[in-house]
Design a protein around this ligand. Sequence first.
Ligand code: ADP
Ligand code: MG
Length: 408
Amino acid sequence: MTSPDWLESWSTEEGGRRVRALFAEAFDGAAPDGVWSAPGRVNLIGEHTDYNAGLALPIALPHRTYVALRRRDDDVVRLVSAQAPGETWTTRLGDVAPGAVSGWGAYVAGVAWALAEAGHKLPGFDAVVDSCVPFGAGLSSSAALECAFAVALDEVAGLGLAGDDAGRAELAAACVRAENEIAGAPTGGMDQAASLRCSAGHALLVDCRPGLSALESATRVPFDLEAAGLRLLVVDTRAEHQLVDGQYAARRAACEQAAELLELGSLREIPADGLPEALDALAPHDPDGVLRRRVQHVVTEIERTAQVVDLVRDGRVDEVGPLMLASHTSLRVDYEVSARELDLVVDAATGAGALGARMTGGGFGGSAIALVRESDVEAVVAAVQAAFDDAGLRAPGFLLAPPSDPAS
Ligand code: ADP
Ligand code: MG
């Protein structure tokens, strides 16, 4: 068998060098005003909970999206990405509106649009992008892209929001609006909070209840894997599944329908010990049991996330494995968003000694994570690779995820 495919992150220097070179090449040898970057994220637990006003617990990856940007005197935006070679994406800021722009530049123009909607005055800009965040792997390359531009525009327009956590929460809200309203992807708020508000050595407890203050909506939880002799292994399954967008929307719609039937603002309002009662109340409206399964996942997942946070705060990281496995089972059986490749990672990793493993991100493909003792990393990687090989699947990508720095 071939050696494992490790997806390495770039140093800040390397990322900066790449985008400066690309900027000069794209814009007639010019120098940018600066270089900014933002990380992808991986969620430890709390999946499909953000749009249910629930809890999630992401960390920032060492893998980042880099942006070199120069402000313009007009309202033109010109964008080049190393991941979309041969194309310059162009718009005028005044032309950006829901439904009016498409393609990858919509994520970027959307951030400028959302900041303008929030009352900030922004210039046009020329910018280039390069990234070592795996694309479409459930590790939030989209939030990394938005958040890198959020901190870049914050600085060139002198908004001063990136300087503190409350300002970063505002930037995160603008990035969520960009993704939902301009790029047209109906995602929750976890990814952008992670990319802008995580910190190295910490996980971020994201609480998506509406009406919380910035500080209440995201709290840093010390998450020192190294000290515990542990590693978080991320496996990009490289599985591509169709109908993913429709499935995500369907899950959201089912949750909204259940909350409406129960006359609740969101499923978050169901306490863990109130679950049986809520399920009974749904039964008459839910002959095939679909709503029952969706609600069961959301309520138990929020509870598991709270339990993981308690263990981590207590310095008992090595005890979260069973909760990770329970999360995976819930996503596979009740929420029905797993995939053969994700299940394969979980089985192979736990069989080779991982303390816990689960799919992460929206599902149907993308990535899985495993919590592994440092001394077992090699064996777990080999077991996952062998399982994919035996199943005739394309080799997966591996990365290690120490909790890393936010957008800067
Ligand atoms: P994920 O966020 O899980 O990686 P998404 O489908 O949400 O997957 O986002 C991927 C999309 O984000 C890409 O199809 C592209 O439109 C955009 N994108 C992300 N990173 C880049 C990049 N470096 N250059 C151009 N587009 C990007
Ligand atoms: Mg995304």
